[in-house]
Write a protein that binds this ligand. Structure first.
Ligand code: UT7
Length: 338
């Protein structure tokens, strides 16, 4: 039996911030941001909201589309690096807000690879029979950890979330077919948050030194990402005997259009098979892949039996590729697009 996606939805905060907004605040240009990253605008949630507030509407919509209630959820896996609090888990907070009274669950912190790690974890829990279903959430409120005075990182990120509902499939030809997941802790030095954890708890000094924000050495991460994401995406095609013609969509993590293009080139895919929305959302970390998948679904571009390659690279380093064979029928045009 294969685990399969039986509903999907996404949500982003309503407030949009274009590149010009940054031009007024830091030394940057719309042209630099567009040509180096592919980003035109992103959404930020207001202060006082946590990542669970971004996820909640998507979770509710996914359940509505599946025709189930929160009480039907068995397990919540919430992928994020911007939890509402260090503890309790954001999965527990979402459980309460959603009213998923019968669910257990946990947070999964694999940064930009959160969703690919999460979908594999959810699939294995379902396939083993340990749970009947998983509400798999990927989202981040990156605006909470962006240094808005740092031009090298602040322009890259956005807030947003996607949610998939996963259950045992009735057809072994569809579902989560394969996954290749990787990790190399040597990447820590190039992408991390300096303070706030147990090694360096918050103090007045850490706050003054702005150590609670994303620290990234962009070029080092870029070089590893180009190789890591392309290699693993090619490998998953090869080991499943798929040619470029067999792949319907590459659904890549949206960190930089140049990384996405390099991955597509390595797979031999034309641009019309690559889902890109970095221009509208920036890098929403754990949210990028489920938001992309949800937008493809909502726009009627996913067909039953489509081979989807999900691919990511992020902090850790963590990276991976997952092969999903799509099982849902096309969305009815007027359904659920509220
Ligand atoms: O999702 C998690 C994983 N993260 C990634 O995959 C991100 C990987 N890295 C990247 O996408 C790219 O490295 C960046 C988009 C972050 C940066 O692009 P880059 O082409 O690697 O630029 P760079 O860091 O080499 O900087 C080039 C120049 C520098 O100026 P000098 O030293 O050449 O005078 C930067 O100071 O661009 C400057 N710069 C900017 N200029 C205008 C950096 N940020 C900006 C900015 N506006 N916002």
């Amino acid at each position: 039996m294969k685990a399969t996606i039986t509903a999907i939805a996404h949500s982003v905060p309503s407030e949009v911030y274009d590149n010009q907004w940054f031009e007024d605040k830091i030394e940057t240009t719309d042209e630099w941001i567009r040509t180096r990253t592919g980003i035109r605008e992103r959404h930020f949630a207001p202060e006082g909201q946590g990542v669970t507030d971004i996820i909640l509407p998507a979770a509710q919509e996914a359940l509505r589309r599946r025709g189930l209630t929160p009480a039907d959820v068995d397990c919540i896996i919430l992928c994020t690096v911007t939890p509402d609090r260090v503890f309790p888990s954001s999965a527990a907070i979402l459980q309460r807000k959603l009213g998923a009274i019968n669910a257990w669950g946990f947070d999964l912190a694999a940064a930009c690879s959160g969703f690919v790690y999460g979908i594999y974890t959810a699939a294995k829990l379902i396939e083993s029979g340990a749970v009947r279903n998983v509400l798999l959430c990927g989202g981040d409120k990156m605006s909470a950890i962006i240094d808005f005075t740092d031009r090298a990182t602040s322009v890259l990120f956005g807030d947003g979330a996607g949610v998939v509902f996963m259950e045992p499939g009735t057809d072994d030809a569809v579902g989560v077919m394969d996954a290749i997941l990787k990790m190399d802790g040597n990447g820590e030095q190039f992408l991390h948050q300096k303070a706030g954890g147990s090694m360096r708890p918050p103090t007045i000094e850490t706050v003054t030194n702005r150590e609670h924000f994303v620290y990234q050495e962009g070029q080092s991460v870029f070089k590893s990402a180009v190789k890591g994401m392309a290699d693993v995406s090619y490998e998953i095609m090869e080991r499943n005997g798929l040619s470029a013609a067999d792949v319907a969509w590459l659904i890549p993590h949206q960190a930089n259009l140049r990384i996405i293009d390099a991955t597509a080139d390595r797979m031999g895919l034309s641009k019309d098979k690559v889902m890109v929305n970095i221009d509208r959302y920036g890098n929403t970390t754990s949210g990028t892949i489920p938001i992309c998948m949800s937008e493809l679904y909502e726009s009627g571009r996913l067909e039953q039996g489509d081979n989807l390659v999900l691919a990511s690279f992020g902090a850790g380093y963590t990276w991976g590729a997952v092969l999903v064979r799509w099982g849902l029928p096309r969305i009815q045009s007027e359904e659920g697009l509220a």
